[in-house]
Design a protein around this ligand. Sequence first.
Ligand SMILES: [Fe+2]
Length: 279
Amino acid sequence: MLELIDRYRPDFVVVSGDLTQRAKPEQFQQARAFVNRFPVPSLVVPGNHDVPLYRVWERVFDPFGTYKKYFSPELEPVYRDDEMLVVGINTAFGWTLKDGRITLRRLLEVEQILKSVPDEVCKVVVAHHHLIPPPNFGTQRVLANAYEAIDLFSSNGVDLILSGHLHQAYIGNSEEFYPKGRPPVVILHSGTTTSNRGRGGERESNTCNWIQVDGKSIVVSHFRWHHKLDRFAEHSRHWYPRQELVPYTLDGLSHQSWKPDRAAAKTEDPVPAHPPAGR
Ligand SMILES: [Fe+2]
């Protein structure tokens, strides 16, 4: 993972929760040391595994005390620059074992944050729990208030929602599950990048996602650990138009404004250098 980050030097790294298995101090310390080695800015949100499971007093009265003490005092960080807004949402709580929710309080806060930046800024929301079910498990329960959240994100120009609870990667858009004539939001769920708890088609696999955004489009490459190459390698690629800036039609597939970025200069890996091949 560190080699991949160093190779491509992304502007930003998102870690969508479950830093630990059992929310132990030493596990948070190891996670902190690992994230500290990223040579670029990052944003981290907690997951349900970052709440103590068996330490019941802590779980009930101070579910994020250990996270705050040993990893970060901030549960819902926000990053912004001239091109990008990334809003973290904590969806894990002490009173549930694994299900998540977005509180209405946080939704209202996020709405104000989203309204505070210009339309052209790429708006990304990061939550641990998923807002759409995985394709091979359509009855999987999504986080509480997912419908309300999608409604708000869509109507406030969110381009991309990131999550990572289910240990398998999948991508879709909000229109597939919440059809209501709103602009669709791209929803990307991450697999497990560093643990051996992959599920579904990613059992015992490690994956991560490389996301490139320009003025008109979002391109997501799923990377999977490739044992023969002994590194992460691109497994699939997905192209979407930016919802506020380009009508959601297949016309976008022919646009050729894609440009190699600076990562292409650092590596012979073809991923960043090629134009998007299509959805
Ligand atoms: Fe989780």
